[in-house]
Design a protein around this ligand. Structure first.
Ligand SMILES: [Zn+2]
Ligand SMILES: [Zn+2]
Length: 230
């Protein structure tokens, strides 16, 4: 799902999927997760942090919105094909940081008039404000609360970045709790942590790897293809 670098198994080869994806830990809440690209400290992560926290960096909304628009226009069909069909709504994961009273991701989305998925504001509310570090790799069931209007809807859920996946999975849990029939996550970045040994080779390759927007993680895949990927 997240295409993170994975640890080396007993046979000396990498596992096909990272532990949270493979164990099914998140899968009751999150049907799938598709990052646009990898993110590293001082790279995309830095841009995402600045657009969220610094007024002087609000211009970064434009290239980020453009990146997301380009990605969705090319690959929304792939994501829908891999995870059960068209989405009814797009929802952002709220943060404690707002820009003019609007969640910073909703502000970013408002830079572009026409999206291939109907984004709707205010459907998720953050109920607690502890730092992300305290909820690594787990679903916190009362971290978010979702509006009852998501009942029966298929939701595309956007967050900045996916590190351990705990925030995304907790937001998906709240949506499912309110009756959403399916939640699939996307993010700008799949964060790679330099302190994790399995990520180091990949991080060192990234400067030579061009950003490829021609394909996506589920490019042209059906649900059956995904199933056989394990
Ligand atoms: Zn994963
Ligand atoms: Zn694709």
């Amino acid at each position: 799902m997240c295409h993170a670098p994975t640890p080396i198994g007993p046979q000396g080869t990498h596992y096909a999927r990272c532990f949270p994806c493979n164990s099914g830990r998140y899968s009751t809440a999150l049907r799938g997760f598709v990052p646009i690209c990898y993110s590293v400290h001082e790279g995309l992560e830095g841009a995402l942090w600045r657009v969220k926290n610094e007024d002087a960096s609000s211009w970064l909304q434009l290239p980020l919105a453009s990146l997301l628009w380009t990605f969705l226009n090319s690959h929304l069909k792939c994501i829908e094909g891999a995870y059960g069909g068209a989405f009814d709504l797009g929802v952002t994961v709220p943060s404690s940081k707002q820009r003019n009273g609007v969640n910073h991701l909703d502000a970013l989305l408002s830079c572009i008039q026409t999206w291939p998925v109907p984004w709707k504001r205010g459907l998720l509310t953050k109920m607690r404000s502890e730092p992300a570090a305290e909820r690594r790799q787990q679903i916190v069931s009362d971290l978010f609360s979702a509006d009852p209007s998501v009942n029966g809807r298929r939701i595309l859920l956007l967050d900045d970045t996916f590190t351990s996946g705990g925030t995304m999975a907790s937001a998906a849990h709240a949506l499912r709790d309110a009756g959403a029939s399916c939640v699939v996550g996307i993010s700008f970045g799949r964060q790679l942590n330099v302190n994790r040994e399995e990520a180091r080779d990949l991080i060192s390759e990234l400067p030579q790897r061009p950003l490829d927007l021609e394909t996506c993680r589920v490019h042209g895949m059906s649900e059956v293809d995904l199933f056989f990927m394990g």
